[in-house]
Ligand binder design. Structure first.
Ligand code: ADP
Ligand code: MG
Length: 729
């Protein structure tokens, strides 16, 4: 029998160093080289066209045909000079990855040809998209959609081997304008929150004309040797191991975290970072993570839309570069049972066009009041919509991670640290006691100026168990899955903060109308907000029994499964919320919930089928082989005339038989459950069936397979073991 595992091990051991490292020099020398950025626009566009497009980007407006033609001309010239032969509209369908269909610039006949690229094809394309998930949109409308250039995200050149393609970031919508992707609703949510935040911002500063959410993500991932990856059908097909005994040494010693990066990994990191830098992705940090073979990288934060694109782009680059290094990058949320999974922290804030961070405590009483306003309104939004936030975290992969000891718990709470907590308590108390005359007086009496800067001394990032933490000048959302599109949570966060800022402004305006000074009105409303929303604040250990009890008392939601979480997308009040702020129509909300539910069921269906194949094609045959070996040995002993009735090998034989006897009927049962799911029309019922029955039976099968792994001859066992997968040096 050709044992793929042994072949893979041999390849791994004899692996030569893949890369001859180049010294790439200063990052600033090549940063953004593959991006049609401001510098290239200046060089390749007329002064007039450059000014026009800059103005449009600033105002986020549609582009006219004539200007589009000029842009396309400049862009083509720029791209072709850098060796690009093709272009593609690059978009983010609801599958969670990115999509592209390459078209050649070349257009020719027998008589010859030319390279073409017009404004029309720059702005809009109609890809053949019949097989992208469209949820219920497909049922009622034509499945085809079109992609449309997002001028706020610059075009870039993607290198794949020696091939170079000009990529144009686009939204992807159906013919009736319904969003079929993550970007279209994200852009709408950015517009909504900008409007709402401007209204509030202008209480404090009339010079602000733009407010933009910022995002800084931190990406966790695993690396495994490519040969061993390819010897595991589960890794290849699902991104995670659905069988595998825990290694004797896992992460018990915590010796991997922040340890020295192995050379092979280091050389991989350097290469994908260089590619990323050329693409304008401002990567800055790299380090080992908690689990063996787990790592993290993070860029400097950017405007949210660009940061999301850069994260999706980086996942792509990391994957391609890993193959080159004979490694495979795993961005699944839970590649290995018994080890920490991978998440993606989303650091979120709001910046103004006057370059102020609205969540950064200020140096004057006025800026502190502005800080408190955005800070408390965000907390209020999270508290009021904690259930909806779960919908932004939900996926089949993330379900393996959340609520377990390693990752944020299944109850949403916000950690703000004791200093801010005390400041808020003082505001609450003092405003009750005081009657306010003049506003200067008020600021002095509350002493905000002296209270708030002291927060910055304390690092608020200590509590790693909180799903959301305020870390000095931004909120850090930690529950998002490593493979997720950051937009899935940002669309929701932006929308709920939008709603809350409108509520806040209405209340403040009403008080001002009633005769209150502006700052007095603001503080009064802030005090009320704090009082009404502090149940979401928690400073302790989110895994303690005490918090579970307390969270129940506070009536916070406990959500541990994705199908349940996704239902929030179609709750009446949430549909209205998204409609009100023009982020999602009712139909779009349903489409998304349907699509995500289907993706969920499909993921588990595939895992279950792969497990079935592994059991029948690899594990049972290996077990039977080993049984044969044992039988032969026993037979040999018997032939010598010795008594075998007390031989301990019989016990091993029986142990193996018992596991085989359990696995075979369970596999049948699992297949029957999939059939049951296929015959069910209600997608929620299907998802619940996968969530409970199929996942349970998979766990049971896994238990017995993992036991077999322990008993079977190492030379026969067909699948690379955890201890082998987790070595990457
Ligand atoms: P650490 O969490 O390791 O101490 P930082 O707090 O500086 O490091 O940053 C973590 C992430 O948060 C980085 O991606 C960083 O760019 C991002 N970040 C910092 N400031 C902001 C901000 N104003 N808005 C969004 N993200 C931010
Ligand atoms: Mg952090």
């Amino acid at each position: 029998m050709a044992n793929k595992r042994l072949i893979a091990l041999k390849a791994f051991v004899s692996r030569k160093k893949v890369l001859t490292e180049e010294n790439t020099g200063n990052i600033s020398d090549y940063f953004g080289d593959n991006v049609f950025n401001d510098k290239s626009m200046q060089a390749y566009l007329s002064t007039d066209a450059y000014a026009q497009i800059n103005e449009l980007i600033g105002q986020n407006k549609k582009i006219k045909q004539e200007l589009a033609d000029q842009l396309a001309f400049g862009m083509k010239k720029w791209a072709m000079e850098r060796g690009a032969t093709h272009y593609t509209h690059w978009f983010q369908p609801m599958t969670g990855s990115t999509a592209e269909k390459h078209e050649s610039f070349f257009s020719g006949t027998l008589a010859g040809g030319i390279e073409e690229f017009s404004g029309n094809v720059l702005i809009q394309q109609i890809p053949d998209t019949a097989s992208f998930p469209t949820g219920s949109v497909r049922a009622t409308f034509e499945a085809r959609g079109y992609t449309e250039w997002d001028i706020t995200s610059p075009a870039f050149i993607m290198n794949i081997g020696a091939g170079k393609t000009l990529c144009i970031p686009t939204i992807f919508v159906a013919f009736d304008g319904s969003a079929l992707d993550f970007k279209a609703p994200l852009l709408r949510s950015l517009r909504a929150i900008e409007n709402a935040a401007l209204g509030v911002c202008n209480y404090f500063d009339r010079n602000v004309t733009r407010v933009v959410p910022t995002l800084g993500w931190e990406q966790e991932y695993f690396l495994v040797d490519a040969a061993m990856y390819y010897a595991r059908p589960d890794l290849v097909m699902t991104g995670r191991t659905i069988q595998g005994r825990r290694p004797a040494k896992g992460q018990q010693l915590d010796d991997h975290y922040f340890g020295a990066i192995p050379e092979r990994i280091y050389s991989y990191m350097r290469e994908f970072e260089t590619e990323a830098h050329k693409l304008g992705i401002p990567l800055r940090t790299r380090h080992n993570e908690v689990a063996p073979s787990q790592f993290e990288c993070a860029p400097k934060y950017e405007d949210a839309n660009l940061a999301v694109d850069h994260n999706m782009l980086l996942l792509d680059v990391m994957d391609r570069v890993s193959s080159k290094h004979k490694l495979k990058v795993l961005t699944h949320e839970k590649p290995f049972e018994g080890l920490n999974g991978s998440g993606k922290h989303n650091n979120w804030s709001l910046r103004t066009d006057t370059e102020k961070n609205l969540l950064s405590p200020g140096t004057t009483p006025r800026t502190n009041l502005q800080f408190l306003t955005f800070f408390l309104n965000t907390i209020a939004a999270i508290n009021k919509h904690e259930r909806l936030l779960w919908a932004g975290f939900a996926s089949a992969g993330n379900e393996h991670r959340l609520g377990l000891m390693e990752a944020p718990s299944e109850v949403i709470s916000v950690y703000i640290g004791s200093h801010l907590r005390e400041t808020l308590d003082i505001i609450e108390k003092r405003i009750d006691e005081d009657t306010f005359g003049e506003q200067e007086n008020l600021e002095l009496r509350l002493d905000l100026h002296n209270r708030i800067p002291s927060i910055m001394v304390e690092n608020t990032d200590q509590n790693r168990t909180a799903p959301i933490a305020f870390t000095g000048n931004k909120f850090e959302l930690r529950s998002i899955g490593a493979s997720a599109n950051c937009s899935s949570i940002l669309i929701i966060l932006n929308t709920i903060v939008t709603e809350q800022l409108h509520v806040f402004k209405n209340e403040v305006d009403a008080l001002i109308k009633g005769g209150d000074y502006k700052d007095v009105a603001i503080l009064k409303v802030l005090k009320k907000i704090y009082k009404e929303n502090k149940r979401i604040l928690y400073e302790g250990d989110n895994y303690s029994e005490e918090w579970r009890k307390e969270a129940k008392k506070r009536k916070l939601s406990f959500i541990s499964n994705a199908p349940e979480a996704l239902e929030a997308l179609v709750a009446e009040e949430n549909i209205s919320l998204f409609e009100k702020h023009k982020v999602l129509s009712k139909k779009e909300s349903h489409t998304r919930r349907d699509t995500f539910l289907k993706n969920y069921s499909l993921s588990i269906q595939i895992e279950s089928r792969i497990l079935g194949e592994m059991v029948l094609n690899q594990i049972i045959p290996a077990a039977a082989d080993h049984q044969n070996k044992l039988l032969k040995t026993l037979k040999g002993i018997k032939e010598l005339g010795l008594d075998i009735s007390k031989n301990k090998l019989l016990e091993v034989l029986s142990e193996i038989s018992q596991h085989i006897n359990v696995i075979i009927p369970l596999e049948k049962e699992m297949a029957a459950l999939r059939k049951k799911a296929r015959e069910e029309n209600d997608i929620l019922k299907v998802a619940k069936l996968y969530n409970k029955e199929v996942k349970d039976i998979m766990k049971e099968i896994r238990y017995h397979c993992d036991k077999l792994e322990m008993y079977i001859d190492d030379n026969i066992w067909p699948l690379p073991k955890y201890s082998e997968l987790l070595i990457t040096t």
